[in-house]
Design a protein around this ligand. Structure first.
Ligand code: NDP
Length: 246
C-alpha cells in the first residue's frame, strides 16, 4: 500500500532533475503520474518508462510553461487521459543569471513567464479538475528568502512571488479541501546547479550538512505533503536546504 494509491499527479518540468525525482517518488507511492517538459523528449520518455515499470500509468506532454495556451491544454489533456487530478506540482523553472545591470528585458520576461505566470496558469487550469483532498505543491527556492550572491535578483523575485501566490491559492482552494504549499529547496544537484559546478564551493560554505541536496531529498518532502501527512499543511513554506538559510 502506498500513500498515494489511486491518485493522479501532474509534475511540470518532470523530464530531469528535481521534477523527475518527484515524478518517480509519487509513482513509487502509488500515483499515476504525468510530466510536462519543454525540450527533453527522450529524458521525459525515460521517466515515463520508469514509472510504467512500477506498474503505474504515466504520460509525458511537451508544453512550454511560458505558453499559457499550451500549458492549459496539457493540464486538461492529463486530467482527461488519467481520470481527473489529485496533485499538481509546479516545478518547471529556469535560472538565467545576471546582475541588475546585466539582465536583458527578454530574460526577465522569460523568467517571470516560466517561474511565476505558469504557476498561476497551471493552477488555474488544474483547479477545475482537482478533487477534494487535492494538493498544489509549488517548488520555490531558498533564494526567494535569502539571496546569497550577485546575479540572482530576478530569480529571487520569482521565488518570493511563488510564496505569496501559494498562500493565496491556499485561501482560494482551501474551502474545497485542497491545500497549497511551497517546498523550497536549497542547492540541489541537477543540471541547473551541479554539485561539481564552479559555484559549489561557495554553496557548501553556507551549508550545515556540507553537501548539495539530492533531487530525492526534495522529492521525499513533496511526497510527504502530497500524501496523508500533508492534510493539515497549507499556506506553508517548507525549506529543504541542509541548513543553508539557517
Ligand atoms: P533543471 O534545469 O535540472 O530541470 C528543469 C526542468 O524544468 C526540466 O524538466 C525542464 O524541461 C523543465 N523546464 C524548464 N523550462 C521549462 C519550460 N519553459 N516549460 C516546461 N518545462 C520547462 O532544474 P532543477 O531540477 O534544478 O529545478 C527544478 C525546480 O527547482 C525549479 O523550479 C528550480 O527553480 C527549483 N530549484 C532548484 C534548485 C537547485 O539548486 N537545483 C534550488 C532551488 C530551487 P526540459 O528537460 O525539457 O528542458
Amino acid at each position: 500500500m502506498g500513500t498515494l494509491d489511486g491518485k493522479v499527479a501532474l509534475v511540470t518540468g518532470g523530464s530531469r532533475g528535481i521534477g523527475a525525482a518527484i515524478a518517480r517518488k509519487l509513482a513509487a507511492e502509488g500515483a499515476d503520474v504525468a510530466v510536462t517538459y519543454e525540450r527533453s523528449a527522450s529524458r521525459a520518455a525515460e521517466v515515463v518508462a520508469s514509472i510504467e515499470g512500477l506498474g503505474r500509468k504515466a504520460l509525458a506532454v511537451r508544453a512550454d510553461s511560458a505558453d499559457a495556451a499550451a500549458l492549459t491544454a496539457a493540464v486538461v489533456h492529463v486530467a482527461e487521459a488519467l481520470g481527473g487530478l489529485d496533485v499538481l506540482v509546479n516545478n518547471a523553472g529556469v535560472f538565467p543569471r545576471g546582475t541588475v545591470e546585466e539582465m536583458s528585458l527578454a530574460d526577465l520576461d522569460r523568467i517571470l513567464a516560466v517561474n511565476v505566470r505558469a504557476v498561476f496558469v497551471a493552477t488555474q487550469a488544474a483547479a477545475r479538475h482537482l478533487r477534494a483532498g487535492g494538493r498544489v505543491v509549488n517548488i520555490g527556492s531558498t533564494v526567494g528568502e535569502r539571496v546569497t550572491g550577485p546575479g540572482m535578483s530576478a530569480y529571487a523575485a520569482t521565488k518570493a512571488a511563488v510564496v505569496g501566490m501559494s498562500r493565496g491559492f491556499a485561501r482560494d482552494l482551501g474551502p474545497r479541501g485542497i491545500t497549497s504549499v511551497v517546498v523550497q529547496p536549497g542547492p540541489t544537484d541537477t543540471d541547473m546547479n551541479p554539485a561539481e559546478g564552479p559555484r559549489a564551493t561557495k554553496t557548501l560554505a553556507l551549508s550545515v550538512v556540507g553537501r548539495h541536496a539530492s533531487p530525492d531529498d526534495v522529492a521525499a518532502t513533496v511526497a510527504h505533503v502530497a500524501g496523508p501527512g500533508g492534510a493539515f499543511i497549507t499556506g506553508s513554506v517548507i525549506t529543504v536546504d541542509g541548513g543553508v538559510n539557517a
